[in-house]
Design a protein around this ligand. Structure first.
Ligand code: CA
Length: 455
């Protein structure tokens, strides 16, 4: 597929099924391209893989997972590079870098048998929209399973340098609003980009604008633009803002193109962000392999949350095969250090990206209440019809397979204290005081001043 830019150099592991169906991993020559030389880890994973019980041995060791080179993909890349996939018998994982979210959707549609992918990293609610055929070609319904959350935080809204010093911060009602009003009266309204319509980045910038009294549908121009193109447009002054994940916002600051107006961690502390999902047909055919992949992801998430590992993580992710950028661009935000570029400096570990646990509990576990927020927000902006709320529970129950997450966590020996007992994280509170009660999404919609839906 030309849409792929899979520069990935796969590890040369060979998995051969042993007599006991336990399997033996042989190392064939070089260990691939981890930037570290932690050969101990590799040896460990060999012995660990050999200890997989026959009940847990995966049906296949091969899977193709798509990712976008932003920090959300870290659990997939770390599971691959630190040998956590292989530890659970999945030594044939191929990570396929995607050129765009549109490519990720298209490659999910065709599956690995058609040259695409079996699953990977998704913004929300892409898995639900693909399941329902909302964003697929010919509205073909392709059932998907949401299996884990990959990350919280790590996203932000960057604004072009020309708007510096005009109050464009967390709360636009404090003065920044004037910039939008002034531009609205010209033929060039404030223009902002996100990478794919009707998903996270679109929601974050809309929430921020609307909370500040700016209607994202009538006061500004919001358009999907690929990340690299947006940076070029910000340089030439034709783009005012950009909503995306690290390293892009930070890169804009480092390259002195713009500043960070707000981090998503400031808007909604410990918010749901991107997820790991797979095609349901693949997961149904390979339930043990699905759990093995999840176990590898969970182990990578725990490894990533150890701040002592984050310098190494930044170096692995920054590598040529993955993000291809200087690792310090990732290293500072990984420690919760954000030079916002407008004189503001955030140095707070609780604002960093978390992969396994945050202040509110599990990051990895996919709470159904968070799926509901994304679907409710889709209704807020008219991306989905209002009656979607009545059907939301049925759709979430079909797509969100937190039961598989729990089964994998139990098999991996995760502490029971780290396995949530409720599918709801409860009431969520945003920076502007708005509350989302998953028991009553309509009340949330009613409480919002700026919205497209009539409730
Ligand atoms: Ca994101």
């Amino acid at each position: 597929m030309s849409q792929f830019s899979n520069q990935f150099s796969r590890r040369k592991f060979i998995f051969t099924a042993g007599a006991s169906a336990v399997g033996t991993v042989l190392l064939n020559g070089c260990l691939g391209n981890p930037p570290d030389s932690s050969s101990n880890t590799q040896v460990q994973q060999v012995s660990s893989a050999a200890n997989i019980s026959s009940e847990q041995a995966p049906e296949t060791t091969k899977v193709k997972l798509g990712y976008i080179p932003i920090v959300e993909a870290a659990p997939l890349i770390i599971a691959q590079e630190k040998g956590f996939f292989a530890k659970y018998g999945m030594n044939g994982v191929e990570l396929a870098k995607q050129a765009s979210w549109g490519a990720m959707r298209d490659n999910t549609e065709i599956g690995s048998s058609g040259g695409g992918v079996d699953g990977g990293q998704y913004q929300m609610p892409m898995p639900h929209l693909i399941t329902e055929g909302v964003i697929t070609k010919g509205n073909q319904k392709i059932p998907m399973y949401l299996l884990a959350q990959l990350i919280t935080h790590g996203n932000g809204i960057a604004v072009a340098n020309k708007h510096k010093g005009q109050g464009l911060g967390l709360d636009l009602a404090k003065g920044g609003k004037a910039v939008f009003n002034q531009l609205k009266s010209t033929k060039n309204p404030f223009s902002a980009a996100y990478t794919f319509a009707h998903v996270n980045q679109d929601f974050w910038i809309r929430y921020w604008l609307a909370a500040g009294g700016i209607n994202p549908d009538t006061d500004v121009k919001l358009i999907p633009v690929p990340a690299a193109q947006t940076v070029a447009n910000m340089k030439t002054g034709t783009m005012d803002a950009f909503s995306t994940g690290d390293p892009w916002p930070y890169r804009i600051v480092k390259d002195k193109i713009g500043f960070l107006a707000v981090l998503t961690a400031e808007m909604w502390k410990n918010h749901p962000e991107e997820y790991f999902a797979m095609r349901a047909d693949w997961a149904d055919q390979n339930p043990k392999a699905t759990r093995a992949i999840l176990k590898g992801i969970m182990e990578a998430q725990q490894w990533l949350d150890n701040f002592a590992n984050r310098e190494e993580a930044a170096s692995i992710l920054g590598g040529r095969n993955y993000f291809n950028l200087p690792s310090e661009i990732l290293a500072e935000p990984f420690q919760g250090k954000y030079d916002m570029g407008d004189g503001r400096v955030i140095d707070d570990k609780s604002m960093a990206a978390y992969y396994w646990k945050d202040e509110k509990g599990s990051v990895s576990y996919p709470y159904k209440s968070h799926d509901l927020w994304f679907l409710t927000e889709s209704v807020r902006w008219g991306f989905l019809p209002p009656d979607s709320l009545a059907n939301a529970k049925a759709l979430i129950d079909k797509v969100n397979r937190e039961d598989i997450w729990k089964q994998a966590a139990t098999e991996a020996g995760i502490n029971t204290a780290d396995i949530p007992t409720s599918t709801s994280r409860g009431i969520e509170t945003f920076f502007d005081g708005i509350k989302f009660d998953p028991e009553n999404p309509t009340a949330y919609l009613k409480s919002l001043k700026i919205k497209k839906v009539n409730v």
